[in-house]
Design a protein around this ligand. Structure first.
Ligand code: DC
Length: 224
């Protein structure tokens, strides 16, 4: 038995999981594991190989040979794809969409879930994703299902992109968010859903600080 603590944060795209998970990890001195980034790295590989989102057989065949690893530098997670640092390449809409499709593949999930579980055996972690509380770390010490209204999530994303000087359309962003929710919630293997023992937090009208404080309270209470 290890004394490592695991905090699992699941929820739909754009709910603020990574911002919150990073904050909690910093406050607790745990490592932050962004599992979406691992699915994104795999997706980037498939895109680069010219494999289409609906080519499940090619994805199954290729996945076992892809090397995805993560390391940490100054508390930042670095994702390596076949020995190449791909942090700067995985945050695009194209990669996000491909990740949502290719993450439905059992070979992709098998490989990445093993990597995630190995990390949690070694260190105390705050891990965010879609299936952490339900599949990856079913015995996590604290489980949170973080969500927000799809319109609120779209507005946040819109403002983020605008702040970076990118042109974007709020309606298209909201439609993409709803499509991605549907795909992630209705796939056969490990769909996104709230674990029975997860605490539901709706961040629609909460600030980042309020959400982080609520999770810190759950940690103090040792809520499962
Ligand atoms: O959180 P994100 O947007 O970086 O995740 C990209 C996609 O990866 C998401 O649409 C579904 C998939 N994913 C998953 O299936 N399981 C996880 N634990 C994390 C992400």
């Amino acid at each position: 038995m290890s004394n490592n603590i695991a905090i699992a944060i699941d929820g739909p795209a754009g709910a603020g999981k990574s911002t919150i998970a990073k904050l909690i990890a910093k406050r607790k001195g745990y490592i932050y594991v962004d599992t979406g980034a691992m699915y994104r790295a795999m997706a980037l590989y498939f895109i680069e190989q010219g494999i289409g989102a609906d080519e499940q057989e090619r994805i199954s065949k290729a996945a076992p040979g892809v090397d995805v690893t993560i390391t940490y530098k100054n508390g930042e997670q670095i994702v390596w794809l076949n020995g190449r640092n791909v942090n700067g390449l995985i945050r695009t809409e194209e990669v996000g969409k491909m990740a949502s499709s290719s993450s439905a593949n059992s070979e992709v999930r098998k490989k990445l879930v093993e990597l995630q579980q190995a990390l949690a055996r070694k260190e105390s972690v705050v891990m965010d994703g879609r299936d952490i509380g339900t599949c990856v770390l079913p015995d996590a010490d604290v489980k949170v299902y973080l969500t927000a209204d799809s319109h609120v999530r779209a507005v946040r994303r819109y403002e983020e992109l605008r702040a970076k000087g990118q042109e974007c359309d709020l309606d298209i962003i909201e439609k993409d968010i709803i499509d991605r929710d549907n795909q992630d919630m209705h796939r056969e293997i490990s769909p996104l859903r709230q674990a029975e023992d997860a605490v539901l937090l709706d961040s629609s009208s909460m600030t980042i600080e309020q959400v982080a404080d609520a999770i810190m309270d759950l940690c103090d209470q040792g809520v499962k």
